[in-house]
Design a protein around this ligand. Structure first.
Ligand code: NAD
Length: 475
């Protein structure tokens, strides 16, 4: 399948193409070549989408949950049928290896299937009074949703929001990233063809600041869901505060990994090095700060570095590529600056550290004995950079792991079950992986604490964030 250049906005049941709108140039991050021109929404487009979403909500909230679920299952089936084509689009515009793109697209189908079924179990409750009266607590859809999702998992993160919102009976205006529009549009076509009405799910691209200000200021929007950086999340929270709108914020992380002396070292090395460079490290839950107990520090660093040097970097469409380019032009320079700062302060560069000659490549990088004064110990690199530091005691490791304002994911490797429980309890994060990095699946809550945000996506908690509760007291 070749890259589509026929891009547009999906508003009130029809695709809107260029027609004089400003455009964003879509770039292939592996080659730097222009792929397409993406039309950007005008204020009039947004007003049209807002009016449509209000009508869509009035209709969709009244559709029986089983009928909604049947449509969402059909969407999931279509995503599975079209997965290969959408995966190629995703790799072409985002850079990740094709195998990762396939997994991401299939995860979208899983989201639609999961939330379709979970919504059927969104019961209210009955409060029984001694006088024989009853009060009932109802869950109702919160209303039209504005959803902003980023470029690292363009289709997965859009679907997390869209599948849950639609299952709960909300209408949604999705604004996925402008960098990767063909794959998100491919998913949107599945949503349309699956039978979701054209005013219930809409898709727009635009200048992010203009779009978010416009949509969030509208009284029609009742919920804002955002995945992205901490500064943008804080900004959107302030906008949402003016209308006292519900928000879900899935912001950045800087995940610590505690490697204890008693771990299965080979397993810890292999899983750590493989996971670190998935999606070129552009993952909010990417393992980044490796705190390794002194007894295994040298062996862990050596094993991880050897593995890193073998990571095959290339165009994600090429067979054998294990890591593609970074997703956009901002990332290589941001990462280069962090690596340079760390080495200038004494960190040992054991692998990588350099940019590619074309596209947005950056070599898989290992920094050992990184001083605490290095900027990268505090700021999320959001790229293929692993940081190593030794520790002596459990308490010291926990203190280091919890020292940042981030609190998204953390991991620990230990074969001691009691130690694993102590660590899991003490880590100040929304998610913990023990002897594993697999922590994102449709049926489990995904989200952070502290400045990493609040509100879960995934699991019953993710669905709940699209409901309001109403207590009805009957006398
Ligand atoms: P950024 O802060 O400019 O943007 C982050 C995301 O927010 C992008 O998708 C962008 O389109 C969107 N955005 C930006 N301004 C917006 C606005 N006013 N309204 C609505 N959406 C807006 O940074 P970036 O250069 O795109 O990404 C770099 C940083 O973002 C990374 O270092 C990482 O910390 C963070 N990030 C996090 C995630 C995540 O999964 N939590 C994903 C992508 C980026």
């Amino acid at each position: 399948m070749s890259y589509t250049t026929d891009l547009g906005l999906y508003i009130d049941g029809s695709w809107r193409k260029g027609e004089g709108r400003d455009c964003h140039t879509v770039i292939n991050p592996a080659t730097g070549e222009t792929l397409a021109e993406l039309p950007l929404a005008t204020a009039a487009d947004l007003d049209e989408a807002l009016a449509a979403t209000a009508q869509g909500f009035a209709h969709w909230r009244g559709v029986d949950v089983n009928a909604r679920a049947a449509i969402l299952h059909k969407v999931a089936d279509l995503i599975r049928e079209r997965a290969e084509g959408i995966a190629v689009l995703l790799t072409t515009e985002q850079g990740k290896p094709l195998a990762e793109a396939r997994t991401e697209v299939l995860s979208c189908a899983a989201q639609f299937d999961y939330f379709a079924e979970e919504a059927k179990r969104s019961y209210g409750r009955v409060l029984v009074r001694p006088t024989g009266q009853r009060a009932i607590v109802l869950k109702q859809p919160v209303g039209p949703v504005a959803a902003f999702s980023p470029w690292n998992f363009p289709v997965n993160l859009m679907c997390k929001k869209m599948a849950a919102a639609l299952a709960a009976g909300c209408s949604i205006i999705a604004k996925p990233p402008e960098e990767t529009p063909a794959s998100t549009s491919g998913i949107m076509q599945c949503v349309i063809d699956g039978g979701v009405p054209g005013n219930v799910a809409q898709l727009i691209y635009g200048v992010p600041d203009m779009v978010s200000r416009h949509l969030i200021a509208s009284p029609i929007i009742r919920k804002v869901s955002f995945t992205g950086s901490v500064p943008v999340g804080k900004h959107l929270l302030k906008l949402a505060a003016d209308g006292v709108k519900r928000t879900t914020m899935e912001l950045g992380g800087h995940a610590p990994v505690l490697i204890f002396d008693d771990c299965d070292l080979e397993k810890a090395i292999t899983l750590s090095a493989t996971t670190k460079f998935r999606n070129a490290g552009q993952v909010c839950i990417s393992p980044t700060r490796f705190y390794v107990q002194e007894g295994v520090y040298d062996r862990f660093v050596a094993g991880f570095t050897a593995h890193t040097k073998n990571v095959q970097v290339g165009n994600g469409l090429d067979a054998g590529t294990a890591m593609g380019p970074l997703a956009n032009a901002r990332r290589p320079s941001a990462i280069a600056a962090l690596v340079e700062d760390a080495t200038s302060k004494g960190a040992k560069l054991l692998a990588g550290g350099t940019r590619g000659e074309q596209g947005y490549f950056f070599q898989p990088t290992v920094l050992a004995d990184v001083p605490m004064s290095a900027d990268v110990m505090d700021n999320e690199p959001f790229g293929p950079v692993a940081l190593m530091r030794p520790f002596k005691t459990l308490d010291e490791a926990i203190e280091q792991a919890n020292r940042l304002p981030f609190g998204l994911a953390a991991y620990a490797f230990t074969e001691n079950a009691r130690q694993a429980n102590l660590v899991a309890d003490a880590l100040d994060t929304g998610m913990v992986g023990l002897n594993s990095f697999v922590i994102s699946m449709p049926d489990a809550p995904f989200g952070g604490v502290k400045e990493s945000g609040f509100g879960s996506e995934g699991g019953p908690e993710g669905l709940d964030s699209y409901y309001v509760t109403k207590a009805v007291h009957q006398y």
